[in-house]
Each structure stands twice: as structure tokens, then as C-alpha cells.
Design a protein around this ligand. Structure first.
Ligand code: 1PR
Length: 563
């Protein structure tokens, strides 16, 4: 008897489990249809694709028991896909049906005026009490239930909160009787989300039901659209993780991807290989520190991929498991997401590797080198769609495209613009004579992609790569810059504008942040959705709070509330 969590075998259920443990609530997992009878409260934290959720629930014989549980009137809390399955169907998977309890459909966001997926912190505005200030939660989804009290009055009667994204208002949570569902992820929404889960669990069933079954008076559909889109720009703290020369996992930070201490020339040490790997701290300690400081997301990159460990014994998995216990904002893990072979010869698909990370507590995986190979394969095929076998496609199919980040490591290739007749001529960037960097003035270049942490340069350009991985199923693009990494010279706006102009998915700026002003510059000059930094945070030169204060001062929306 008690609280049960429903896991259909995909999606990051670990985040919710960690939130409940942090809040001091014990729970069991639903492992068979019979468990539904034992549950007195049920949480379904669905992540991923609608089809995968419905298919897996059906295969495991859990869909009908779930329906019966809901009909019994016992408390239910569905998160993201756990809310969407309450609806009739989703445009994401037209051949699969939901439970039809909320009488309307889930549709795709219109991407003609905005980036899709809707990713980041936005406000959930209470429909019942519009005078209460909005609370900010983390959203990540491409499909939503449109809020339309005139056309869909029955569905509107379920509406607990609405949220606006671009010109669209959607139902961000539903509530009726003991059924509650949120499109956003409270388990990834910092202190506000933890408080919401805690409140729901601490409210006795009778009160929970009584407080919400009052008639709901709905506000007029739309008044001032623009003013209510509260999607904020995200600040991401990134940790490059690798083992030091003694085999301990540490956070390091390079200059243009060289992570070893510089050794003075003429020293008796080996000048060619450089000094020791720079040690900037322990990954879990730093991750929890950045969470507490207000980072909107945390990124852990395994920069050497630990190729020789069996998958189950990846040192990085232990880091992710530990970090996820302290971090209640989205956690992205990168490095080594590709088909691998364990030392005993067991083959592991990229999907299996990613699944291990999701089960450990990651919310997104970031794919570097393998994305370049997949994009090259797509370009060589001459097709405008993939064959569904790439790591990007398989992971996006199982977990939803929002869980797949592609991390690009571009490097400038300088050319003489007057005589140049090589590839990517149409993508050449010309350094303006007023450029703040003297070294850029009068020069021309294109951006080549690299693999293996910048060790090998490929002929595919950054725009080609960005467009291809979007087609293959990437939900977000993280744009590093080997030229700017660790220099503190500021983000490469030319590069970011090119990528931003090539895709519809969110773009994260990375590499080069040296002062808080660089963050406002990159948001104003390029329109990216998020900015990531490493060195300045690790060295304590600028605090995340200072960055956000500066952005707020410059009228750039950020999530300011922190625990
Ligand atoms: O190819 O799928 O195994 O992924 C490898 C991942 O590891 C890629 O995301 C790649 O960017 C990363 N990586 C590989 N080698 C290095 C290295 O530094 N030698 N790190 C590396 C890349 C870039 C950012 C960095 C920002 C911000 N580091 O992670 O944090 O540049 O730095 P700054 O704010 O200090 O300028 P795969």
C-alpha cells in the first residue's frame, strides 16, 4: 500500500525517484498489473515519445490496469508523457491512442514563429486564480494540448494552468478529481518543482479532490499574447570530465581543447605532451555547487570516452548516478554515445549506451563524433531523410528528440576570399574591419566540423552538419568553438548566427565566455536559446547569479528564483 511509480521501461524515471528520496517520501515501482491494486497514489513520470510510451504500456499489460486505476478515483500524477497519455491521441504518433480521459488531442507546436522543441523554463499560469504570480518550471516537448476554451470547452474544463510559447497558449497542467498532470517536469524544476511534488504528496486525498472539483472560471482566451511568453534564456554550467594521470575522475578545462598544464619551454619535462591534466575539482561537488547557484542545466562531458570499460562499469555512469542525487535541473551527459564493443566482445548499441545514462539519471545525451559520421552518411546518400539507424535517430525514437543533443566541435578554416574556390564558399564569414578581435579583421573563413575532441578535421561544414542532424532527429545543438574554447574572448557570434540560421531546434552557445557581458552579447547578437560556460565558473571569476543579474538588467528573461 502506498505511493507507486510507473516505469514502462524508457524515459528518465530516476530523476523523479531521486526527487522523492530527497523529499523523504518512500515509494515502490509498479512491476506488474497486480501492483495497481496496492497503490494508493500513483506517479507516472513519462519521458520520450508518445508512441513508445503507449506501445510499452500495452506490451507490458499496463495500459488497461492504468485506465482502471484512474477510473477508481485514486490519486494520479502524470508528468509530461504521463500527462499526455490521458488525452485521446497525439500527432506525434497518429497510429497510437491515449486513454481519452481528457477529451482532446495533442498537437505539434507551430514552428513557423519559433524554435521547436519548447525547451527551458517558462511560467505556468493558474487558470483558476489568475492574480497569483506565475511559477516557473522546466519544459521540454514538441507536442502540446492547445488551450482553446471556445473550440474545446470540455478539455478546457480540465485546465489547471496554461503556458504561452510564441503565439500559442497550451495546457501546461490538467486537474480534475484526483487526476493531476503536468506537461512540465517538476522533478527537473529546482526548488519550485520539488515543492509542487511535496505539496501534492502531502495533501490528503479528500482535500486534494475537494480543492479542485470546484467549478473553474476561465479567463478570456488571449489578451496580450507576447507579454505572457515567459520562456527564459538558460545558463548552463559545463564540466569536462576525464581521468587524471592517476586514474581519478576530475573536472578539467582546456585552452582550445588542450587540457594539460603548459610546461615552460626548456624545462626538463616533456614539452611535447605538456604537463599534468588540469584539475579544477570533483564532478559531483561542482555539479551540486552549480545547481545551488542557480544553473538552469548541468552538462557533464566525458571528454576521453573511457573506451575500454565495459558499459556496465563505466566510471562516468557512477558520476551521473551521484550527481543526479543532488541536481534537480536537467542533466546532460556527453562523450562516447555511439555503438561500442565491451572488452569481452559484447556489442552495445548507442541506444543501449544512452539508456544506461538515462537510467543513471541523465535527462539528455549529447552526441559528438558519431553525429558527424551520421551527417556525412546522410549527405552521401543524397536523401533528405535518414534510414532510422543512426544513434541520433534510434535514441530520439525511444526517448523523444528533446533528449538528443548534438555537440559540434567546429574549427575555423582560414582562406583567401579573393582566390578561394573550394567547398563551402557560400558559408564564408568575413571578419569586419571593426571586429573587436584584431586577429579577425580582414580575414575570411568557414567552419569545419571535427571528431574525436578536435583531433581530426572533416570536410563537412557546421551548417551542413546542423541541418543534417536536425533531419536525423536531434532536438538541440550545442555549438562549441575550438578557436574560442578557454580563451575568455567571448562566444563566436559569427559561428552561432550561422548555426541558428540553419535550424529550427534550440541552439546552445558554448566556448569563450570570459565576463558576464559576453552572455548578454551572445543572446542579443545571435538569438540562441542558452549559453554554456565552464572556465569562468570553475575558476570562480564570475558567479551564475551575477550573470543572471546582468541579463535581467539588460531585459533578457532568465529564471532568477533559486532555492
Ligand atoms: O565525440 O561523442 O565522444 O563526444 C566528446 C565530447 O567531449 C564532445 O562534446 C566534445 O565537445 C567534448 N570534448 C572532447 N575533447 C575535449 C577537450 O576539451 N579536449 N571538450 C572536449 C570540449 C568544450 C566545452 C567547454 C566549452 C566552454 N569542451 O565542453 O566546456 O568550450 O569552455 P569555456 O567556457 O571555458 O570557454 P564524443
Amino acid at each position: 500500500m502506498g505511493l507507486y511509480l510507473l516505469d514502462y521501461g524508457a524515459g528518465n524515471v530516476q530523476s523523479l525517484a531521486n526527487s522523492l528520496s530527497k523529499l523523504g517520501h518512500s515509494f515502490e515501482w509498479i512491476s506488474s498489473p497486480a501492483d495497481f491494486h496496492k497503490a494508493t497514489s500513483l506517479i507516472f513520470p513519462g519521458v520520450g515519445a508518445f508512441e513508445t510510451a503507449v506501445e510499452n504500456l500495452t506490451k507490458k499489460g499496463l495500459l488497461e490496469p492504468l485506465r482502471e486505476y484512474l477510473q477508481s478515483g485514486k490519486p494520479y500524477f502524470g508528468i509530461c508523457i504521463g500527462m499526455q497519455v490521458l488525452f485521446q491521441s497525439s500527432a506525434e504518433s497518429p497510429n497510437f491512442y491515449g486513454l481519452g480521459i481528457v477529451p482532446t488531442t495533442i498537437d505539434r507546436f507551430d514552428d513557423s514563429d519559433k524554435t521547436v522543441p519548447h525547451m527551458g523554463w517558462n511560467s505556468a499560469d493558474l487558470v483558476q486564480t489568475p492574480d497569483v504570480g506565475p511559477a516557473f518550471y522546466y519544459f521540454v516537448h514538441s507536442y502540446c494540448a492547445k488551450y482553446s476554451p471556445t473550440d474545446r470547452p470540455e478539455a478546457a474544463s480540465w485546465t489547471y494552468t496554461t503556458t504561452q510559447y510564441g503565439g500559442e497558449i497550451f495546457i501546461s497542467s490538467v486537474r480534475k478529481g484526483n487526476v493531476f498532470g503536468t506537461q512540465f517536469h517538476p522533478e527537473k524544476s529546482g526548488a519550485a518543482g520539488l515543492a509542487l511534488i511535496d505539496n501534492w504528496l502531502r495533501t490528503p486525498e479528500a482535500e486534494r479532490s475537494a480543492g479542485i472539483s470546484k467549478p473553474v472560471s476561465l479567463p478570456p482566451p488571449t489578451v496580450s499574447l507576447k507579454s505572457r511568453d515567459n520562456l527564459s534564456k538558460r545558463i548552463i554550467a559545463c564540466m569536462d570530465v576525464r581521468s587524471d594521470d592517476n586514474g581519478n575522475l576530475i573536472v578539467t578545462k582546456g585552452d582550445q581543447y588542450d587540457v594539460r598544464e603548459k610546461v615552460p619551454s626548456g624545462s626538463s619535462m616533456q614539452v611535447k605532451t605538456g604537463g599534468a591534466v588540469r584539475n579544477l575539482g570533483k564532478p559531483v561537488t561542482l555539479a551540486s555547487k552549480y545547481y545551488a547557484a542557480g544553473a538552469d542545466e548541468i552538462c557533464l562531458l566525458n571528454i576521453t570516452s573511457f573506451r575500454h570499460s565495459p558499459l556496465q562499469d563505466q566510471p562516468m555512469l557512477a558520476v551521473v548516478r551521484a550527481a543526479a542525487k543532488y541536481v534537480f535541473v536537467p542533466l546532460t551527459i556527453g562523450g562516447g554515445i555511439k555503438d561500442t564493443v565491451d572488452p569481452d566482445g559484447t556489442k552495445r548499441s548507442a541506444l543501449e549506451v544512452a539508456s544506461e545514462y538515462f537510467r543513471a539519471g541523465a535527462d539528455k545525451v549529447s552526441i559528438g563524433s558519431d553525429a558527424v559520421y551520421a551527417a556525412e552518411k546522410l549527405l552521401a546518400s543524397g536523401q533528405n531523410h535518414g534510414d532510422g539507424t543512426s544513434s541520433i535517430a534510434t535514441i530520439a525514437h525511444a526517448y523523444g528528440r528533446q533528449a538528443v543533443v548534438v555537440s559540434i566541435d567546429p574549427r575555423r578554416v582560414y582562406v583567401d576570399a579573393v582566390t578561394y574556390n573550394g567547398p563551402h564558399k557560400d558559408e564564408l564569414v568575413h571578419g569586419s574591419p571593426e571586429s573587436i578581435l584584431e586577429s579577425d579583421r580582414g580575414k575570411s573563413w568557414w567552419y569545419a566540423c571535427t571528431v574525436s575532441g578536435g583531433r581530426e578535421t572533416r570536410s563537412i561544414s557546421v551548417c551542413q552538419l546542423a541541418r543534417a542532424v536536425e533531419v536525423l532527429g536531434a532536438g538541440e545543438i550545442l555549438v562549441n568553438s575550438i578557436d574560442r574554447d578557454g580563451t575568455g574572448l567571448g562566444f563566436d557570434s559569427d559561428l552561432l548566427r550561422l548555426v541558428k540560421g540553419s535550424v529550427k531546434v534550440p541552439v546552445v552557445a558554448s566556448s569563450g565566455a570570459g565576463k558576464k557581458e559576453h552572455f548578454s552579447e551572445v543572446f542579443e547578437q545571435t538569438g540562441v536559446e542558452a549559453a554554456l560556460a565552464a572556465g569562468i565558473f570553475h575558476r570562480g571569476e564570475v558567479d551564475i547569479g551575477e550573470v543572471k543579474e546582468h541579463l535581467t538588467h539588460n531585459n533578457i528573461k532568465v529564471r532568477t528564483y533559486v532555492a
